[in-house]
Write a protein that binds this ligand. Structure first.
Ligand code: ADP
Length: 215
C-alpha cells in the first residue's frame, strides 16, 4: 500500500503516519525529520535546507525530491510506504508520479488530515520535542512527567525554531498557497480520504483502520 499523508502543519500528520505505519507494517518516510537530520549532520542538502526551514518556507523542490527519490530506491519500500510531509507542491506531486511510474507503481491513497485553526495554533505553539529521541509533547495536553525533561530518555526538551508564532503563521500561508492545491489533483483521481486531526490518541487507530478498509 502506497500512501501519502497530507494536511496543514500541526494537524497531526505525524501521529497518524506513525499509527498507519504500525498497522500496515510499511516504513514511514517523514521529510521534515529527514531534513532536520540533514541540517544537524551538516550535509550539503542540510546546509541548503536550513535557511528555508528557519523561515518556514518550503525547502527547494530539487533538494526534497532528491532526498525522497533516494529513500524510495531502498528495498524496504517495495511492498509499500507512508509518505508524511511529501509532496507539498505541485512540482513534488508530479515528481512522485514520475518516480513511481518508473517502477510501475501507483499511489493508492491520500489521507487528508483536517483540524480547526485553533487546534493547529495550540499544537504548534505548545509543542516541545526531544532533540535526542524525537519524542513529542504538548505543554497542556501531553506534558512530560517532569517539566522540561523527556520521559523517554531524560534529555532536556526544546522548541523547534519554526514553532515560534510568526513562523507558524507563515507556514500556514505556505500550506494554503503551495500545498493545498495538490489536493485537487488527487481528488480528481478519487484518491483522497479525509481523516480528523481532532481525535484523542486512543481513537486514532480505529479511524485509520476504518479508512484503510475502504480501499
Ligand atoms: P509541519 O508539517 O508541522 O510544517 P514538518 O516537520 O513536516 O512540519 O516540516 C518542517 C519544515 O521542513 C517545513 O516548514 C519545510 O521547511 C521543510 N519541509 C518538510 N517537508 C518538505 C517538503 N516536502 N518540501 C519542502 N519543504 C519541506
Amino acid at each position: 500500500m502506497r500512501l501519502v499523508i497530507l494536511g496543514p502543519p500541526g494537524s497531526g500528520k505525524g501521529t497518524r503516519a506513525n499509527i498507519t505505519g504500525r498497522i500496515t507494517g510499511h516504513p514511514v518516510i517523514t521529510t521534515g525529520a529527514m531534513l532536520r537530520e540533514a541540517v544537524a549532520a551538516g550535509t550539503e542538502y542540510g546546509k541548503i535546507a536550513d535557511g528555508y526551514m528557519k523561515k518556514g518556507e518550503l525547502v527547494r523542490d530539487d533538494v526534497v525530491i532528491g532526498i525522497v527519490e533516494e529513500r524510495l530506491r531502498k528495498p524496504d519500500v517495495r511492498a509499500g510506504f507512508i509518505l508524511d510531509g511529501f509532496p507539498r507542491s505541485v512540482n513534488q506531486a508530479r515528481a512522485l508520479d514520475r518516480i513511481l511510474n518508473k517502477v510501475g507503481d501507483v499511489l493508492d491513497l491520500v489521507l487528508y488530515v483536517t483540524a480547526k485553526p485553533e487546534t493547529i495554533l495550540s499544537r504548534l505553539s505548545l509543542r516541545r520535542s526531544c532533540p535526542k529521541c524525537g519524542a513529542i509533547y504538548h505543554l497542556k495536553d501531553m506534558p512530560p512527567k517532569v517539566e522540561g525533561v523527556c520521559d523517554e530518555c531524560g534529555s532536556p526538551l526544546t522548541q523547534r525554531d519554526d514553532d515560534r508564532e510568526e513562523i507558524i503563521l507563515h507556514r500556514l500561508e505556505v500550506y494554503e498557497q503551495q500545498t493545498f492545491p495538490i489536493l485537487e489533483r488527487y481528488e480528481r483521481l478519487g484518491k483522497v480520504r479525509e481523516i480528523s486531526g481532532e481525535l484523542e490518541i486512543d481513537e486514532i487507530e480505529a479511524e485509520v483502520k476504518r479508512v484503510l478498509k475502504g480501499i
